[in-house]
Design a protein around this ligand. Structure first.
Ligand SMILES: *Cc1c(COP(=O)(O)O)cnc(C)c1O
Length: 382
């Protein structure tokens, strides 16, 4: 039987050698590799500043913490996202104000964001859903006019561009994830990019306890002062060594994703009962994280059977995301959201299947998946 998982980390000899070289040396944290990885990532995205962190979630929490977000403040957050986008706000004591996924690609719209703004709003978090860019120009204008901090959750947006600018640089800060099934991995890990030198400096201090000098800057080893509150959100040298190698291979990963997506799109176009979430090319450029098939009724009710039929042929799938964040128990209980709210996000969570297009797969695999989808949906529709 075939084995086509939804995601599989692309770890090769380069990564293995790089990790062993770290283990053979004296420095596991605070070393040259995290700086090299930051420089390479900055170069790749054309970011003026890149700060490595232990995860995307840590990066987002760190950013909100660094700008002093706290109780009484509100941040506009998409309903259809990873819980991390909302948790990062919630962890500071501030309140996430959720916005439905009204655009055809499952993103928030400017109208939705505008309707969520109150006198307490201090920031906007946008998420490039499945790597498809948010239409940022009106969001940037709104954020400027109201002096709101604009954070881009770029966990699925390595390779996403907005008018030629890499995602994460349009707003005030962009946070990336190197979790195993994302576009590239460091096992766990993240990166924050920003145009603001002062913010980058604060993030660098506060990801490491708020100390005033790094080990390299200390004249007497072990002697430092602490000038602000901070976390331990650093990336270690093993992660950074993997990241450096992954970044070299990233262009090949991205072009394979695009190729796979287009082959699978071709296979599925016109299939009864399913619609495909659009992924755009050109001035708004998708990173092709996956292909999301939205099932129409009566197929939508039988989504689990479809997932099972694909699984029986060795095809892995996923759901992005299992539930709108405000419907997750923590948020529902705390803020009292009812399950009829956020209908667009509810439909994406309840009626979509994410199909794999990652670089671990070949165009021939896409034809196999397309065929399996055709057979299974025809059977289910009787
Ligand atoms: C995966 C994901 C995250 C979390 O990333 P971590 O690196 O695991 O913290 C955050 N936001 C979105 C949109 C994601 O898909």
């Amino acid at each position: 039987m075939k084995n086509l998982p939804f995601g599989r980390p692309m770890i090769g000899d380069e990564e293995r050698r790089a990790v062993l070289a770290v283990l053979d040396g004296p420095t596991l944290v605070h070393g040259p590799r995290s700086h090299e990885f930051e420089a390479s990532f900055a170069d790749y995205t054309q970011a003026p500043h890149a700060v490595s962190v232990s995860s995307c979630t840590a990066g987002m929490h760190l950013v909100w913490f660094s700008i002093g977000l706290g109780p009484g403040d509100e941040v506009v957050v998409p309903a259809e996202t990873h819980t991390a986008t909302a948790h990062a706000v919630e962890l500071t004591g501030a309140t996430p104000v959720f916005v439905d996924a009204d655009s055809p690609a499952g993103n928030v719209t400017i109208a939705g964001i505008e309707a969520a703004i109150t006198p307490r709003t201090r920031g906007i978090a946008v998420v490039h859903y499945l790597g498809e860019p948010v239409d940022m120009a009106p969001v940037v204008e709104l954020a400027r006019s109201k002096e709101l901090f604009l954070l881009e959750d770029c966990a699925l947006a390595i390779g996403t561009y907005i008018q030629g600018v890499h995602a994460g640089l349009v707003g005030d800060a962009g946070c990336f994830s190197f979790y195993p099934v994302k576009h590239m991995t460091t096992a766990e890990g993240g990166m924050v990019i920003t145009r603001h030198a002062d913010l980058a400096e604060r993030l660098t201090r506060q990801r490491a306890f708020g100390v005033d000098r790094t080990p390299g800057e200390r004249t007497v080893p072990g002697v430092y002062d602490v000038t602000m509150l901070g976390f331990n959100y650093r990336m270690n040298e093993i992660q950074a060594a993997i990241g450096i190698e992954q970044l070299v291979r990233l262009p090949a990963f991205l072009s394979r994703r695009r190729e796979n997506f287009l082959v699978l799109l071709d296979e599925l176009t016109g299939l009864e009962g399913i619609a495909i979430l659009p992924a755009s090319e050109g001035s708004l450029q998708s990173s092709y994280y996956c292909l999301a098939a939205i099932l129409a009724e009566p197929l939508a009710k039988r989504r689990i059977e479809l997932v099972e039929a694909l699984r029986s042929k060795g095809i892995g799938t996923s759901v992005y995301y299992p539930s709108p964040v405000p419907h997750l128990a923590y948020y529902r209980q705390k803020y009292g959201f009812d399950l009829m709210s956020f209908p667009a996000a509810t439909r994406l969570s309840g009626a979509s299947i994410a199909l794999p297009v990652g670089p671990h797969l070949e165009p021939d695999d896409m034809r196999f998946i397309g065929h399996a989808m055709r057979t299974a949906t025809e059977e289910l529709l009787g």
